[in-house]
Design a protein around this ligand. Sequence first.
Ligand code: NAD
Length: 495
Amino acid sequence: MSHTHLQFIAGERRPGSAEELSIIEPATGAEITTGTAAATTDVDAAVSAAAQAFPEWSSRTPADRSEALYRWADVLRGRADELAALESRNGGKPIKLAEGFDIPGVVDNVAFFAGAARNLDGKASAEYSGDHTSTIRREPVGVVGSIAPWNYPMQMAAWKILPAVAAGNTVVLKPSEMTPLTSLVFAETAVEAGIPAGVINIVTGTGPVTGAALVSHPEVAMVSFTGSTVVGRQVAATAAGAVKRVHLELGGKAPFVVFDDADLEAAARGAVAGALINAGQDCTAATRAYVQRPRYDEFVQRVAELLEGVRIGPVDDPETDLGSLISLAHRDRVAAMVERATAAGAKIVRGGRIPAHTPDAGAYYEPTLITDAAQDSEIVQQEVFGPVLVCLPFDTDDEAIDLANDTVYGLAASAWSNNVFRTQRAAREIRAGCVWINDHIPIISEMPHGGYRASGFGKDMSAYSFDEYTNIKHVMSDITGATRKPWHDVIFHGD
Ligand code: NAD
C-alpha cells in the first residue's frame, strides 16, 4: 500500500508528526493511500513558513503576482486530466463532474484572480476635507489560516487560497482529512509556476487537532472557514477570543420555488440536476421544492420519472451520473434522516434506500424524492447533504416567499416563473446570498458566493472577496502646511 506525505510546508512535501490517516476511495471503500496527520508542531512550521514568505510576496507588484498566477493557470491546464481523475477517485464524484466542473472551475478561478490582482479598487484620492489629501491603501492582512470541507476539495481550496494570495497574503490551508490529495497537488503546482515556497502551505489533519491549532495560532491574522454551521460557530468563537478577522461560508438549505406559470419541464429538470449535483453534497443544492398547488402533482410525477433515468455507477465510468457520498458514515447519516422523516409522516415517492448492485463498501444512496413532510420537520429545516429532494405545495405567492425564508439558512435559492414581476419579487424578498431565476446551481468566477444568516458571512470568488482578505487604510495628508489648524479651536482658544 502506498504512503504519501500529506503536508506541504515551505515548498516541500513532508510527513506529519501525528496519527496515521487512511485516504479512502468512497465509491469502493478501497484505500488510496496512507499518510500522517499534522500535529500542532507541523501547524507551527507551516505558519512560520507563511510568515517568512509574507514580506517578499506582499511587496511584489500586482503585475508580478498576476504573472505568477497566469503561469499557475497554465500548469494546472496541463494537469487537468490527472487532477480530475484524482478528485473523482478521492471524492466519489462521477468523472464527468470532475472533468466538466471541478477542475475547469479551479483553472478559471486562478485565471480570474490573475487579472483581478491588478485591479484592487477603492475610492478616488481627493481633498474631501479641503485641507487634506485622502488616499486609500488596500493592504494584505498577513498569514491567512484557511479551512476547507470535503465536498469540492480542490474548488474549495481554490476559493480560499486565490483571493488571499492575489491580494498579497500568504496562506496555510487545512483541507478535509478525507480529501487532501488534490489540494496538495494544487499547492505544489503553484511552486512549479514560480510562486515562492511558503506562500501556500497545506496542513492535513483532523478538525479538533490541526484545524483548532490553525484557528488559534497567534501568528494567523485571519481565519477563512468553509464548512458546517456547527463547526463555523466554534471557529468564530475561538477567533473572537483573539479579535481575529473571520470569514465563514457555512451550510445551506436552498429553496426552489416553482410558480404556476413556470415552464414545468425546465423546472423539473432543474430540480433534479440541482438536487443531485455532487450527490447533493453541495451547499447550494436544491433541497426544498415548493410548487404552486395547481402544478404540484404534475411536478412531483415528472421529477420522479427523471430520477428513474439517473445512472448510478462507478465514478470512473463517463456514463455515470450519480457517484457515491463521501463516506459510509455520512451515507448512514443521510439514511437515518430519511428514516426519521418517514417516521414523522413524510412519504417517499422514490429512492430512500441503498441501491442494489453497488459495492458493499461504496457509500452510495439512491436519488430520493420526499413529499408530505411538515414544514417544521428536520428533513425540511436541516441540511441533509445527500441526494434527497423534498417537495411541498403552496397556494399564494406570499406563502411561497415565507416558506422559502423559513429556515435558519440563507445561502442560495431559485424562483421559477415566466412572470417578470414574480421573479423580481422573489429576487428581492428571498433572503439568500444568491437567487437564481429559472435556473439553479451555476456559479461564475466574476460573481460573489456567500451567505446570509446561519449560512455565514463574507464572499468567496469575484472582486468582492478582496474585501475579506485586505485591510483598508485611510492615509490623510495635510496639504496646508499650517501650524495652526482651524479644527484646533476645539482645544485652544483665542491665539
Ligand atoms: P465540517 O464543518 O465538518 O468540516 C469543515 C472543515 O472544518 C474540515 O476541514 C474539518 O476538518 C474542519 N474542522 C472540524 N472541526 C474543527 C474545529 N473544531 N476547528 C477547526 N476546524 C475544524 O464540514 P464538512 O462536513 O467537511 O463539509 C460539509 C459542510 O460544508 C456542509 O455544511 C456544507 O453546507 C458546507 N459547505 C459550505 C459552503 C459554502 O460556500 N457556504 C461550501 C461547501 C460546503
